[in-house]
Design a protein around this ligand. Structure first.
Ligand code: ZN
Length: 308
């Protein structure tokens, strides 16, 4: 058996306007743009990575901004909400900040003993800020958000499923345990201190999700560097159909759709975003994997301008 995952590595969403997503995730949420690259499966589209100062696993929100993307629909078979962890007492600050940015903050409410503030990103992706006293320290020294309120990384994700049984069992095999239940919401927790929560909301009557801007493309879980083959076997043993191990330069990945089609990725902790750029210069220039470097001029000419 592979070593239990401590939680989420990164979450990747589809967006539309690239400049608008940079402004929201860096200026409003205060994350750092740690990598500016292209979608390796469609190099006419950026792949933008936000996170803490180093893009530590557990802090990485990544976006494919297709300028002409149709809006998707959040529904079953998808990650339906992305939740960020903030310190206790900071939600009033965030509610004002998100209102100023037209991010539709809702009313803070209690869920399993934590206060939750819902909001949306510029493409309508449902987000939450979850306040906890045990949030680890922030690592965002240059953020426009005051250190005391800064996002620490992910709290977790919510999956919208018609039934939670098979996926819940898969999560248990990955190292999660069920810790709570409230009506249709089942909570699973892993052992890390960031991105350790997966909530399953069972919605058999809900409409299926449609991919597009404002929806999550996939959620990646952190795995040990040398255990990708074991994770592949784990997925095969559970009747799923994983990809081969794919080298993403900053981590190695295996992908598989779980039983209700949510795309799961298993991404290694290493080598991280400083493998091809200095820490201080992360995100400043377009970075291409070695096998695309020959096509840099052509690729840059196709990409929209981006500042920030
Ligand atoms: Zn990914």
């Amino acid at each position: 058996m592979p070593t239990a995952t401590p939680g989420i590595h990164h979450v990747t969403a589809v967006a539309s306007d690239p400049q608008r997503t940079v402004e929201f995730y860096t200026e409003t949420l205060g994350l750092r743009l740690v990598k500016r690259s292209v979608n390796q499966d469609d190099v006419s589209v950026y792949h933008l990575f936000y996170g803490d100062h180093e893009g530590t696993p557990g802090t990485g929100m990544t976006v494919f901004p297709y300028p002409d993307a149709d809006g998707g629909r959040v529904g079953t078979g998808q990650v339906s909400t992305v939740s960020f962890l903030v310190p206790d007492g900071s939600l009033e600050y965030w509610r004002d900040r998100l209102a100023e940015a037209d991010a539709d903050p809702g009313s803070p409410h209690d869920r399993f003993g934590n206060t939750v503030l819902p909001a949306t990103d510029p493409d309508g992706l449902p987000l939450e800020l979850v306040a906890r006293a045990d949030a680890p320290p922030a690592n965002l020294p240059e953020s426009p958000v005051p250190h005391a309120h800064a996002i620490r990384g992910f709290f977790g994700v919510t999956l919208s499923l018609t039934s939670g049984d098979a996926t819940g069992d898969l999560l248990k095999g990955m190292g999660y345990r069920q810790t709570n239940r409230d009506g249709t919401r089942l909570r699973y927790e892993a052992g890390g201190d960031l991105g350790y929560v997966v909530d399953i909301v069972e919605e058999p009557q809900a409409r299926p999700g449609i991919p597009g801007a404002g929806t999550v493309h996939h959620v990646a879980f952190r795995v040990d560097d040398d255990e990708q083959d074991e994770w592949r076997q784990f997925l095969i043993d559970r009747g799923l159909r994983p990809t081969e191990v794919i080298d993403r330069t900053w981590f190695e990945s295996v992908y598989a759709r779980e039983y209700e089609s949510v795309l799961f990725e298993f991404a290694t902790e290493s080598p991280g975003y400083t493998v091809d750029e200095d820490l201080e210069a992360l995100g400043e220039r377009l970075v291409l994997p070695a096998w695309l470097e020959d096509r840099r001029e052509e690729i840059e000419a196709e990409l929209p301008d981006l500042t920030g």
